[in-house]
Structures are given as C-alpha cells and as structure tokens.
Write a protein of this length. Structure first.
Length: 268
C-alpha cells in the first residue's frame, strides 16, 4: 500500500466499516439497484481488468467479475470492510488510498458505487485513476440532499442525538460532494478524462421493514451518533429514531427514494 493522504477519512471509515461489514447483506439488498446499474455498464463491451474504487465489502466487484469474467480488483481504505470482502473470494482486494496509490496494471474499466465522494483532493484522485485506466470510467454518486429525503432524515435525527457533534463541511469530502454536475464535469476534465456524461438516475431502494433498525444501527450518521450515547440509553433512543422513519415504511417494506447521477467518461 502506498502512503495515504486522506487519513481522517481512513480512520473514520475503518471504524464505520465494522458496521458496514456486520450489515453487508442488508446494504447489498438496499443498494442492489446500483450494483445492477454498474454491471450493465461493465457488460457494454468485453472487459479484461476492472477496478472498483471504494469497494467496501466487495459486492459490486464480485458481481462484475461474475457477469464479465474479468479479473477484478477492489480498493478501499477501510481494512474492516476489506476483511469481509476477502472472505467471499472471487476478486483481489487491496487496502489503499486510491488518490495516491501506484496501480501497476492498466484497467479497461474503473467503477465505483458511492465510493468516490470522499477524496481529499478529487481532481488529484481522478487524475491518479486516469493513469491507472486504459478505457472507461463509470460511477454512481448521490444528487443533492433535498432530493434524498431518507438521507436528510438520518442527518436530522443524528443531529438531535448528538447536538454537540461538529457539523460536516459542506464543501469537504462527503456523500454529496459530487452532487453538482457542472463541478463533477470540471473535476473530471481537469483530471484528464474526456467524453464526460452525467445522467440522472432515480431508483427506489427497498428492504423488509424488520431490517430498518439494524440498518440504521450500523450505517450512516445515526449509527455514528448512537456510538456517542451511553450504551444503556441506546435502546430507548433507537425507539425514537425508528419513528422518525415511519414515512418510508409501507406495510412490511421500507422504500427509500434514491436520486443519483451515473457519471461516465473515457480515456482520451
């Protein structure tokens, strides 16, 4: 592994990744529409080597390997998630900061499902990935907060649970750092990519209602806030948290509207 420049994100994601690993089956179920979308991108032409950036527990990496027969590599900064990814086999998984890692093999496709919004320097990161690529780029990123009410609700609930926690930097690394399509086009252009296309994608992600509490307990800002609360209070706090999401529960199913961008580009 090369040196990492995004040490704050590495520290956070290695801790948060423990929850992701515990809930990986739920995460895979909820985000399956976007796994399928990236598999479609991968299957547009024959692939030999594919790189999955911010691969987490490796669901997309494995799905593309199965669908294309390509040799796939997943890269992430969180060892806690990579340990879970390696347990499944089917691909190579590397702990590295993709912004600075010296990749030693050209990839004819670089993909990411919600893994490229956390770079300390997005232009430098995408330039580094451009050096690793011989073909195309395809990733999914979130649109704005106002178009993703489930995420907004989670942030509001977390702020109530931990009112003293510092507010996230709206201009720093985070889920919505690539929400502005003009900004994303500019970053990729400066990084050396061409033919940039930013396409809106709307999906409804679902899971059984009985999985909502374990999902929130392990994922995102709610889980982070709960970790700051005394252990003996977490159960009662979670009762209130669950009620805040009642609007997303329909009979026995949770429905999460997800507003995203599919971003594609190519090597000149």
């Amino acid at each position: 592994m090369t040196s990492e420049v995004n040490s704050e994100q590495a520290t956070w994601w290695n801790t948060a990744g423990e929850g992701w690993a515990q809930a990986q089956d739920i995460v895979g179920l909820v985000l399956k529409p976007f796994e399928d979308l990236l598999v479609e991108v991968a299957r547009q032409r024959p692939r030999t080597r594919v790189l999955d950036v911010g691969c987490g527990t490796g669901a997309v990496t494995r799905a593309i390997a199965d669908a294309t027969g390509a040799s796939c590599v997943g890269v992430d900064i969180a060892e806690s998630m990579l340990a879970a990814a390696r347990a499944h086999g089917k691909a190579e998984f590397v702990r590295a900061d993709a912004q600075v890692h010296a990749f030693d093999t050209d990839f004819d496709l670089v993909v990411s499902r919600f893994g490229v919004m956390f770079f300390a320097d997005p232009t430098a990161a995408f330039a580094n990935l451009r050096k690793a690529a011989s073909g195309e780029l395809g990733f999914v990123t979130w649109r704005g907060r106002d178009e993703n009410p489930f995420m907004t609700t989670a942030s509001e609930v977390a702020a109530r649970l931990a009112p003293d926690a510092p507010a996230p930097d709206p201009n720093g690394p985070g889920p919505h750092s690539l929400a502005d399509p003009d900004h994303t086009r500019a970053v990729l252009g400066e990084a050396g990519w061409t033919g940039v296309e930013v396409t809106p994608v709307d999906r409804t992600c679902t899971m059984p209602a009985d999985l909502l509490v374990p999902y929130l307990s392990n994922m995102g800002p709610v889980s982070r806030a709960l970790r700051e609360a005394p252990e003996e209070e977490r159960g009662s706090l979670m009762d209130g948290v669950r009620k805040a999401f009642d609007g997303f529960v329909h009979d026995d199913e949770v429905r999460i509207p997800a507003a995203c961008w599919l971003v594609t580009a190519r090597v000149p």
